[in-house]
Design a binder for this molecule. Structure first.
Ligand SMILES: Nc1ncnc2c1ncn2[C@@H]1O[C@H](COP(=O)(O)OP(=O)(O)OP(=O)(O)O)[C@@H](O)[C@H]1O
Length: 642
């Protein structure tokens, strides 16, 4: 995230209000208008009631009260009461509907913006996650709060204006005092609002860590290690530490709030008492009428409560605007991959894919992972990439998919820089199985079909992909076949709870079975221009791995593919094998040529792996290309780590 994107909270309330009203207008214009009408009624009716009451009291205390006029006054007061009650009920209804509609619309926009980020870099920024968390929170509430603040400001202002006029007519001094008393309240509430928003920003990293510890405590995947290593209390303790730190910061703030509130309450009470004393004294000396006393007291109370509501509303709105700023920032954040200014069409691959002098590192302060790497993958050939852990193999693959852009150099697709074509078009042409594949808590069919959304409802395509990945029989044997929910955390259906209160849960597969499903998902895209297989078989048993690689070899024949694997038995038949080391291609050739020179890194890796399968490693030392267990069904274990 660039500096522009990360301004500290401090934006104007006006910008937040404008954005919130725009959202509300798009989400539910009718409810917004309805609330506007009820706010006007709610603001003006109390003032009108106070005036009618004054006129009625003056009439009652007049030497010859007119009964007809009194009836009209009473009727007027009654109608105003009904209007206020109805407005309040309608406001509640309209607020509820608006809140839901605005929440839906704002979350829709937020996740649309998150989806628009086509690379991975943004999602790897802790600061972005802090902001995203606050954006998610504020997407639910802040726009609605800002809209409500605007409406209550309107309602409050109308009421205040009415009461203010009345007070000025009766006692200008008292009016000035009441208004002056509102100024410190306004400043105090605005300061508190800013402090609250600042606190939320500062505690966001801690709260995310708290959520992380909570998640570990409840996550099924983490449960084995958490239990075996006895991590429960440790994680629990850390979770509480984060929560306590946030709580104590909040407590400090709240103590300040109480002090301010007590001060303001005392000030208000003193003002009311002074006003009451003056009014009673003035009525006793006949300076003002009984009706004046009534409207004065009502106006002073109305002004005070109106000002207090207004001030608090503005302060809350201010705070919401500060938090809403995170939402607006995320919604407006730029894609982490620059879109081409003049996009070019990506034709089907016909020549080659080339990485030309590619330099890449994950951050400005990180070490270079790829250092001027040059590599050509001719159309229709299979390439295998090998190297030690951390050599940069997966990074290379990620650059081919344009999850990141290289800092220097370029990735060319038939000579076209992939930065010049729409990224979605590029990815349409690629099929992939990643090392860190996903297990989706969805049905088996969906887990496979996600590989090609257009075919997610096509059982034949799904079955064919499962068959190619060697997982069809496994899926068929599941309780509901392809429609079996693969999850232990979601209910498999809407069945009633059983006697123990448990519902039927889905099925969970073994690690290797999940991996084969991931492979099937990747194979839904068979026939695309480039097939990427990043450690597609690391979790498979020896027989399955050999079978999968045999099958993959068939599928890759004649098509362009990149296989990253530590299993050298799997890569040996690739048209070309490259060894990545220190961010460059160290060696390149086919299996025979690479093993022909016994000192090559590839030959040593191969030898080390093969020796692991000899009964007496000493007797096989130096046997570079001896028979491989993989060829007789067994497969060497990973050489990961060297
Ligand atoms: N998202 C990331 N952010 C920062 N650094 C990363 C990231 N991914 C990988 N790296 C670093 O880049 C280097 C290369 O990682 P990469 O995953 O490409 O290696 P690899 O050759 O695929 O390793 P392995 O055989 O263990 O899968 C490593 O030093 C790793 O720490």
């Amino acid at each position: 995230m660039t500096r522009d994107d990360v301004t500290e909270p401090g934006v104007s309330v006006v910008r937040g209000m404008k954005a919130a009203y725009a959202l509300a207008w798009q989400a539910c214009p009718g409810m917004l208008l309805l609330q506007l009408v009820t706010a006007v009624i709610g603001g003006m009716a109390p003032v009108a009631t106070a005036w009618l009451t004054k006129i009625a009291l003056d009439e009652i205390t007049a030497p010859a009260p007119r009964a007809g006029a009194l009836v009209w006054m009473a009727a007027g007061i009654g109608v105003l009461g009904i209007a206020m009650a109805a407005a309040s009920a309608i406001t509640n209804y309209a607020q509820g509907r608006a809140r839901r509609a605005i929440g839906l619309h704002s979350q829709d926009r937020l996740f649309d913006a998150v989806n628009r980020m086509s690379g991975l870099a943004r999602l790897e920024e802790p600061r972005f996650h802090d902001r995203l968390r606050l954006a998610q929170q504020s997407a639910e509430h802040a726009p609605d709060q800002l809209v409500q603040m605007g409406l209550s400001t309107l309602q409050g202002t109308l009421g205040i204006a009415g009461f203010l006029g009345t007070l000025v007519a009766i006692n200008p001094v008292m009016t000035g005092v009441a208004l002056a008393a509102a100024a410190p309240a306004m400043i105090a509430h605005l300061t508190l609002g800013r402090r609250r928003a600042g606190l939320m920003w500062r505690t966001s990293p801690g709260m995310r860590r708290k959520i992380f510890y909570q998640m570990l405590l409840t996550d099924l995947q983490a449960a084995k290690e958490v239990r075996l290593f006895g991590l429960g209390s440790f994680l629990h303790g850390r979770m509480l530490t984060e929560l306590r730190a946030a709580n104590s910061a909040e407590d400090r703030l709240e103590r300040g709030v109480v002090r301010v509130q007590v001060f303001l309450a005392v000030l208000g009470a003193l003002l009311s008492a002074a006003g009451l004393l003056w009014a009673v004294h003035a009525a006793a000396t006949r300076t003002i009428s009984v009706g004046d006393v009534s409207v004065f007291i009502a106006s002073l109370a109305g002004l005070q409560s109106g000002l207090s509501v207004l001030v608090q509303g503005i302060a809350m709105g201010h705070q919401s605007a500060l938090v809403f700023h995170h939402y607006l920032t995320v919604v407006g954040v730029r894609d982490d991959l620059a879109a081409p200014s003049q996009p070019r069409e990506l034709a089907p691959l016909a020549g080659s894919i080339e990485l030309r002098d590619v330099w890449f590192r994950y951050g400005e302060d990180s070490p270079w992972v790829l250092r001027g790497l040059n590599l050509t993958i001719p159309y229709g050939t299979s390439l295998a990439v090998v190297g030690l852990n951390g050599a940069g193999k997966s990074t290379l693959v990620k650059l081919l998919c344009r999850f990141y852009d290289p800092q220097r150099g370029s990735v060319l697709w038939d000579g076209v820089d992939i930065r010049d074509v729409p990224v979605a078009q590029l990815r349409q042409r690629i099929g992939a199985v990643f090392q860190d594949y996903m297990d989706y808590d969805l049905t088996a069919a969906e887990n496979i079909g996600l590989g090609d959304l257009e075919a997610i409802d096509d059982p034949d395509r799904i079955l064919a992909a499962a068959d190619r990945a060697g997982v069809h029989e496994t899926v068929e044997r599941l309780p509901n076949g392809y429609q079996t929910l693969l999850s232990r955390v979601f209910h498999a259906g809407e069945e009633e709870d059983d006697e123990e209160g448990a519902r039927t849960s889905g099925v969970h597969l073994s690690g290797g079975q999940w991996q084969r499903l991931a492979l099937a998902r990747g194979l839904m895209r068979q026939g695309r221009d480039l097939m990427i297989l990043d450690e597609p078989s690391s979790g498979l048993d020896a027989v399955a791995e050999a079978a999968v690689h045999d099958r993959l070899r068939e599928l890759r024949a004649g098509s362009t593919s990149v296989l990253v694997s530590h299993r050298l038995s799997a890569v040996r038949r690739a048209d070309r094998i490259v060894v990545v080391q220190d961010g460059q291609i160290l060696e390149s050739g086919d299996h025979a040529s690479l093993t022909a020179s016994p000192d090559s890194v590839y030959a040593r890796l191969f030898r080390t792996q093969a020796e692991g399968y000899q009964e007496d490693p000493a007797s096989s030392a130096g046997n570079v290309v001896g028979p491989l267990p993989g060829e007789s069904g067994a497969v060497p274990t990973s050489v990961a780590g060297g």
